[in-house]
Design a protein around this ligand. Sequence first.
Ligand code: NAD
Length: 283
Amino acid sequence: MGTDKSSLNDKVAVVTGASRPGGIGRAICRQLAAAGAVVVVSDLGPRATGDGPFQAPAAGELDGAVAEIEAAGGRAIAVPCDVTDPGDVDALVEAAVSKFGRLDIFVNNAGIAIESVELVEVSTPGFRKTLDVNLIGTFHGIRAAARQMIRQGAGGRIINTASQAGKSGWPMLSAYSASKFGVIGLTQVAAKELGRHGITVNAVCPGTVDTELSNSPDGIWQMYARMYGTTPEQVRQDTIAQIPLGRLQTPDDVADLVAFLASEAGGYITGEAINTTGGQEMH
Ligand code: NAD
């Protein structure tokens, strides 16, 4: 009888930007926990205010994520962390190690999509803020996780949530697209540098996932409805029509790929930026 290559028993995982009930990060936490990992659920803490149209998660969402995992029989703790603050990200890794003794899996999932307007209208602070969270935040996570994994000497898995907007430029998402292209570049460099330590580094590129990022008042449906002079519901329907598999993506679709990359079965894959888009993006 072979071993179960999907098992994450006794692995310690950290996921950033993971508290939202309908978000991708929370689904990743649920699946890693279901596969046996101990999960450190992280997101902006009470200090955060959220800048501009971006809303910080409601108080209690981090604890809610932990409660959900525990109710399903998993193990988790919550550690607040703003990924734009390098000290916070280092402290997040330290919290995982001091509680559970090690770090095996780090998922850079935190992300924002703000100022969804044409490039000529984008403000410099909005552009900077997007890079700060999506790209520099991911850099902080890779660096902190890699330092710990190198110290441990037993390899590890780093997985970055990029986007199909990191493969092809998307109108109205100049800063977001640029940040996700950057995440893919960073993923390749880190994979080349960290391979000799047995650490794999990959990006997952989701398509159109039905989360707050898409369906909030400042979300993607609303933004394209403005651009094309139509309704958010029409944009939603048109988007579905462009997806070969004929449906929007669920957070669990993304989490399935992350769990695979984190597992022994994904052990010979590194430096990749893997689409999980129902065929919406193919390169
Ligand atoms: P979401 O808004 O539900 O989740 C993003 C999370 O990041 C939130 O919990 C938010 O609080 C957190 N966050 C924001 N700024 C942070 C900071 N400074 N420090 C720590 N956490 C911070 O949206 P989601 O759709 O679940 O997005 C998760 C990831 O997936 C993001 O990286 C996003 O870019 C990416 N993605 C989403 C889609 C989509 O269609 N929804 C598609 C492709 C990629």
